[in-house]
Design a binder for this molecule. Structure first.
Ligand SMILES: [Zn+2]
Length: 408
């Protein structure tokens, strides 16, 4: 069945109400028509008409009967998982993570692959494209067409153009990834800075506070911030806002991957953690020592209560809090989330970091302030899924499909 653009353009109010119904179901999950009407302040008749259109368009599916209910009024409406699949790709300096989710945002396939940090951009992107082929095949095996590919990348991203302008860690420059992969895969491609993607995930995930004013500090080999102010992502003039890892921070004399000395990331990034551990006399932790991710080795040592590791984590946590306090004073967020690949490590010293922040902030600055360390390391991936999902839901007229109504 074709989704008719005319159907969604019948009036602005109708379109607004349609998006409101979709967004409500996205945020809350399965709802009855009566619940939707009550929560949005719409009439039952309006909700019935809108949901009928959305069921016809296969965006929604009726799932199960409510307790004690019978017949159509008791049916719950939810996103139709079979509407299509979405691919999320997180590209880091030395690895790529890929996940495929159905339209209800349930991940059913994922893969991770190590990348050679010194490989050329072309070689790395060819390797990643091969993995995306496998992801698309996993969707096709479930008869799910791909609705889009969301990509999170650490560096300066010209979001509208899908252009990777510069990666301070990788050194990649001027790569038109959106054009390259839309030609290659023939589906829409959305490219976002990975900290921005993680911040977007916070607006969509149940286990994160859905705050209108939020800072997400993404920490791994690099460091960047996703900044949400008054409910909107702060991008700045060229879209590069949030590159806080490369602000001058220390007189440590250490050369950053960007070529400058003393950037904030040289005190708190993964290389800094490993360097400081070596300074405590710990043998170098690298792949060659046991074939395991060095950060995983640090985590295992921390969990086995090695004192030197805890000393380093607390020291690095203080440096993290010092920079974070500057961001908090500049932007006055309701919530600060620290995540990324180092999230698991810093979860161990969450209380100490909060104490440091409290000591550094002006009186009143942290009233009702929430501080959270996200240990999942998957926020950018979920952000990518949210970006594709929003693109579909916010502009359904872009998607003409031949599909039958979902089975009841
Ligand atoms: Zn730098």
């Amino acid at each position: 069945m074709k989704i008719s653009q005319q159907r969604f353009d019948r009036s602005d109010i109708r379109q607004f109400n349609t998006l409101s119904v979709l967004n409500q179901i996205c945020r809350k999950g399965a709802l009855s028509r009566a619940q939707i009407a009550s929560e949005l302040g719409l009439t039952r008749a309006t909700v019935s008409k809108i949901t009928l259109d959305l069921l016809d368009a296969s965006f929604l599916a009726e799932t199960r009967l409510t307790e004690g209910g019978a017949g159509r009024p008791g049916m719950l409406l939810n996103l139709n998982a079979a509407y299509g699949c979405m691919v999320a790709v997180e590209i880091d300096l030395d690895r790529v993570s890929i996940a495929v989710a159905d339209f209800s945002r349930t991940i059913f396939w994922r893969e991770e692959k190590r990348l050679k940090p010194d490989a050329s951009a072309g070689a790395s992107l060819r390797s990643i494209a091969g993995l995306i082929d496998a992801a698309l095949a996993a969707g096709a095996a479930r008869q799910l067409r791909c609705l889009g590919i969301g990509v999170a990348w650490a560096g300066l991203v010209a979001h509208d153009e899908g252009l990777l302008v510069y990666g301070p860690s990788s050194g990649w420059k001027d790569i038109r990834l959106k054009t390259l992969w839309e030609d290659r895969f023939d589906v829409p491609v959305y490219v976002e800075n990975e900290a921005n993607a993680a911040a977007i995930a916070c607006q969509h995930l149940d286990n994160h506070p859905q705050e209108a004013d939020l800072i997400y500090l993404s920490l791994g080999s690099g460091l960047a911030a996703g900044l949400i102010s008054e409910g909107r992502l702060l991008r700045g003039r060229m879209g590069f806002a949030g590159q806080v890892g490369h602000v001058p921070f220390s007189n440590n004399g250490i050369t950053c991957s960007c070529g400058r000395k003393g950037c904030w990331v040289t005190e708190i990034g993964s290389a800094a953690v490993l360097r400081k551990l070596a300074g405590q006399g710990m043998p170098p932790l690298d792949d060659a020592s046991c074939g395991k991710d060095p950060l995983q080795q640090v985590l295992e040592k921390a969990l086995s209560r090695e004192a030197a590791v805890w000393q380093v984590l607390i020291e690095v946590g203080q440096q993290l809090a010092l920079g974070a306090a500057q961001l908090v004073h500049a932007l006055n967020p309701a919530t600060l989330v620290i995540g990324g690949r180092l999230g698991q490590l810093f979860k161990l010293v969450e209380a100490e970091m909060r104490e440091s922040l409290d000591a550094l902030a002006l009186p009143g600055m942290l009233a009702d302030f929430k501080f959270q360390v996200s240990a999942s390391g998957e926020d950018p991936l979920f952000g990518c899924l949210a970006i594709v999902h929003d693109a579909v839901l916010n502009d359904p007229s872009n998607f003409t499909v031949e599909t039958s109504k979902p089975s009841q």
